[in-house]
Ligand binder design. Structure first.
Ligand SMILES: Nc1ncnc2c1ncn2[C@@H]1O[C@H](COP(=O)(O)OP(=O)(O)OP(=O)(O)O)[C@@H](O)[C@H]1O
Length: 276
């Protein structure tokens, strides 16, 4: 569905990707993680054709995004991290934008707005940042594009809205849809994403499904000093040692995404070895 092969990209004097390859399939919610400035937003903009790779192949739904063909653009929606919305009503916003997305469903849109408790008759300029973000998330979901890209969607959302976000996203997953979410708020997405992609130093550092991670790694709290010594990663707290072990015994367990991320950033060789 999205095939990225050996792409190179740089801003004027800032190299960002030097040979990044990635394959994304429908039916998944991908979590795109990485340190500040590693290129997550840049990758989303390359996928929807707002930026053009300097080298390499980028194919999305059979199209080259950089050509910006209308038949491609109607199939992809990006909820950006930063945005400007004009001083118009929600109805005017819909009139101006729904024509670009033939599968837009007004009933769904109204139901998402209701879920997020956004008054339907509000003007966009009267809305807070979080409310505007929820409007864009609702619109993006209701466009029913096979590709949905979201850049830090939970930034600015309050605690209740974050759980509403997880609920609406869980309902939006389908076999035909590929959702790619860039985030630092890993706790917000922990039970939502089913594949984790981490970018670093111009390429892919880690790319695994949640199932494969919990098959190979075991996350637990331990008081056993021997076990703690053998851990791939550990964090000591008053509640005990939170550790990541190789899952040699095939234990059933839950993924702690924040710990996994820290383990990969601090000890990438050991974690990568577990997947070889
Ligand atoms: N318009 C631009 N012109 C020049 N450099 C840019 C531009 N936009 C981004 N960059 C640089 O490109 C790199 C990647 O930026 P990008 O915004 O894609 O990173 P990110 O991973 O999304 O970061 P964050 O987690 O902070 O949102 C950064 O070093 C950034 O400074």
């Amino acid at each position: 569905m999205i095939s990225i092969q050996n792409i190179h990209f740089r801003y004027k004097n800032k190299p960002v990707f030097s040979g990044l390859s990635l394959d994304l399939q429908p039916g998944h919610i991908y979590g795109l993680l990485g340190k500040n400035g590693t290129g997550k937003s840049t990758l989303l903009r390359l996928i929807n054709g707002l930026l053009f790779p300097k080298e390499g192949k980028l194919n999305v739904l059979g199209y080259t995004p950089a050509k910006r063909q209308p038949d491609f653009l109607k199939q992809v929606f990006l909820v950006p991290e930063e945005f400007y919305l004009p001083n118009i009503s929600i109805n005017e916003f819909l009139t101006a934008n729904t024509g670009f997305y033939p599968l837009f469903n007004a009933e769904q849109f109204n139901s998402y707005l209701g879920e997020f408790a956004i008054p339907r008759d509000q003007h966009l300029q009267e809305m807070s940042y979080g409310q505007k973000k929820k409007l864009l998330i609702s619109f993006g979901l209701a466009c029913n594009t096979p590709i949905l890209l979201m850049d830090e969607p939970t930034n600015g959302l309050d605690i209740v809205s974050k759980s509403q976000f997880r609920k609406v996203m869980a309902g939006a997953v389908s076999e035909e849809k590929c959702i790619l979410i860039s985030t630092h708020q890993v706790k917000d997405l922990e039970n939502l994403i089913d594949r984790i992609t981490i970018i670093d130093e111009g390429g892919i550092l880690f790319d695994q499904t949640v199932g494969s991670i919990t098959n190979r790694l075991h996350f637990k709290i331990s008081f056993d000093s021997e076990e703690v010594r053998s851990a791939l990663y550990k964090e000591t707290s008053l509640k005990g040692n939170a550790i990541i072990l190789l899952n040699d015994e095939g234990e059933e367990g839950r993924l702690d995404l924040e710990m996994l991320y820290k383990a990969i950033i601090s000890n990438k060789e050991a974690v990568q070895k577990a997947f070889k």
